[in-house]
Design a protein around this ligand. Structure first.
Ligand SMILES: O=C(O)CCC(=O)C(=O)O
Ligand SMILES: [Fe+2]
Length: 296
């Protein structure tokens, strides 16, 4: 992609992501597109995933209902020690009222199937058996976390450290992201570059934007990428829904057999998924006591 110079929102270019069509009969083409994306930046679109547009719109409208509730109502479902519930600032939710909850329970099981379908293509792209991640200790009993996000419409200013969501990589296996039509997501393919080059990822109606998490980067011995991303506010209110997928907590994340050789030995020791995740949560989440103190 050509560099057109720094744009107003701090992005230097628009990135073009590969698009994986889950209804395609040409599995070789899907594997090749996905592999190229995972080696390059770990971000791609997934279309024809089997979740209807109507249903996605319903989840978005329930999300809007929740965020429009007064703060004191939202604080009643404040995030608990298991990281479930409302998080002020980087809003996170579950469970505000029955209607929303019913909607979310359905939503959670549907993307889980999409994640498994994507994981089969990832396995093939890593020269593993297609069902490698289907094992019970892996995605057979996947842990799925849904995060409803609301950006209130401020304009970000990276030069002042103001963002919708600051630069981060996701730490699980994969993330499925549904967004409304408002732009804002950016990726940085080389986190060590100085200066960093941020590229816009365009929203795509009906698609999930899928990205690989740090756990998969570690599992693949850094062959597949977990890429830094952030959200910049453009002045327009924005809603998105992130669905984070992790293997069962007993799963041992150990360099994949096809990702190591004498010349390229494992870069990390094996680690239990649970140990890895709890460390990452601790590193990246504010202490809950902070909110409790503010409430009293
Ligand atoms: O809202 C978005 O577009 C991205 C959200 C995100 O990256 C996250 O929640 O990890
Ligand atoms: Fe993220």
């Amino acid at each position: 992609m050509e560099n057109y110079g720094q744009s107003k929102n701090g992005a230097e270019a628009q990135t073009v992501l590969n698009c994986i069509d889950l209804s395609s009969a040409d599995i070789q083409q899907s594997v090749s597109l996905l592999k190229q994306a995972c080696l390059d930046c770990g971000f791609f679109y997934v279309v024809n995933h089997g979740i209807s547009q109507e249903f996605m719109e319903e989840v978005f409208s329930q999300s809007k209902r929740f965020f429009k509730m007064p703060l004191n109502e939202k604080m009643k479902v404040l995030r608990n020690e298991k990281h479930r519930g409302y998080t002020p600032v980087l809003d996170e939710l579950l469970d505000p009222d029955t209607q929303v909850r019913v909607c979310l329970i359905y939503f959670v099981s549907a993307p889980r199937e999409v994640a498994k379908a994507v994981a089969r293509i990832i396995a093939l792209a890593l020269d593993l058996d297609a069902d490698f991640f289907d094992k019970p200790e892996m995605l057979g009993q996947a842990i799925a976390t849904l995060r409803l996000l609301h950006y209130e419409g401020q304009i970000s200013d990276p030069s002042k450290g103001m963002y919708g969501a600051g630069a981060h990589s996701d730490y699980g296996l994969i993330t499925l992201l549904a967004t409304d039509e408002v732009a804002g997501l950016q990726i940085c393919k080389d986190r060590d570059a100085k200066p960093q080059l941020w590229e816009d990822v365009a929203p795509m109606k009906g698609a999930f934007i899928v990205n690989l998490g740090d756990m998969l980067e570690r599992w693949s011995n850094c062959i597949f990428k977990s890429t830094l991303h952030r959200v910049l506010g453009t002045g327009r209110e924005r809603y998105s829904i992130a669905f984070f997928v992790e293997p069962s907590h007993d799963c041992l994340v150990e360099c994949l057999p096809t990702c190591k050789s004498d010349k390229n030995p494992p870069k990390f020791p094996p680690i239990k998924c649970e140990t890895y995740l709890s460390q990452r949560y601790k590193d990246t989440h504010a202490d809950l006591n902070m909110y409790n103190k503010q409430q009293t």
